[in-house]
Design a protein around this ligand. Sequence first.
Ligand code: KMH
Ligand code: ZN
Length: 305
Amino acid sequence: MAKPNPVIITCAPTGGIHTPTMSEHLPITPSEIAEASIGAAEAGASIIHLHARNPETGQPDADPELFMQFLPRIKQATGAVMNVSTGGGLGMSREDRLRAALRASPEMASMNMGSMNFGIFPMKAKYSDWKHDWEPEFLDMTRDFIFRNTFADIEYAMRELGDGHGTKFEFECYDLSHLYNLAWVIDQGWVKPPFFIQMVFGILGGVGADLDNLVHMHGVAQRLFGDSYEWSVLAAGRHQMRFATQAALLGGNVRVGLEDSLYIGPGQLARSNADQVTKIRGIIESLGLDIATPEQARARLGLKG
Ligand code: KMH
Ligand code: ZN
């Protein structure tokens, strides 16, 4: 039997959801984001998924100048694939969300495949996280927040970034319906294979972090996209490592990072992004699998380099 493909590890060092009050290890300034990303790449991540934050307030910030303070530095130091988020933050316009990627013209950008509620409320029972230190005002804002990704938004982003810059996408699919949205988008001819699908589990508003959901989503992706896609899995909070492990076992790729979980184990904050990468890398290698280099990731995902 042929050896399985090396596992592509993506690391998302900061995101735009967790607040600085929740963990002192969350990178905020451009220099902190650069250092965290370089550490993650040295630990084995071949793709770095990046957001920027306002260095004073810690809030998500669309300013391309902030991104340009860390993107070239990380790429130069590590050779990792730069993946610029178009997810933005609460209240950002469609144009704002694209500004950094349009300026940086990266190899990869995120593309969220459907509109949804995006709940971060303390959840009950088995969906609860280990600890909740959300700021009350932030929680309140998210109650009425729609994570907007209409077909028009998706087409706009794909035309500007894909056609205009040759950027390929990390298709973020938070539910089964998002896979069908992607299939429809492909039918429109807006994007070309290979497709990189990031399945997201455990966000309230999207599909829950239950193993049968992962198996089913993978089966549907297989039916819809055949051999024209690579798939990866991220799960929020305490589900992160378990889901990444399950994805690797099923032949998929994985994403970790403080954007998705602040923890390294039950009740224990991760001290760095590199800690999470090192942990999942150890699990992957102990399963007899290899991890992908940035060059291997580029070749498999058809990136411009
Ligand atoms: N925060 C993750 C659940 C994006 O940046 O475009 C999804 C994400 C979205 O990474
Ligand atoms: Zn993100």
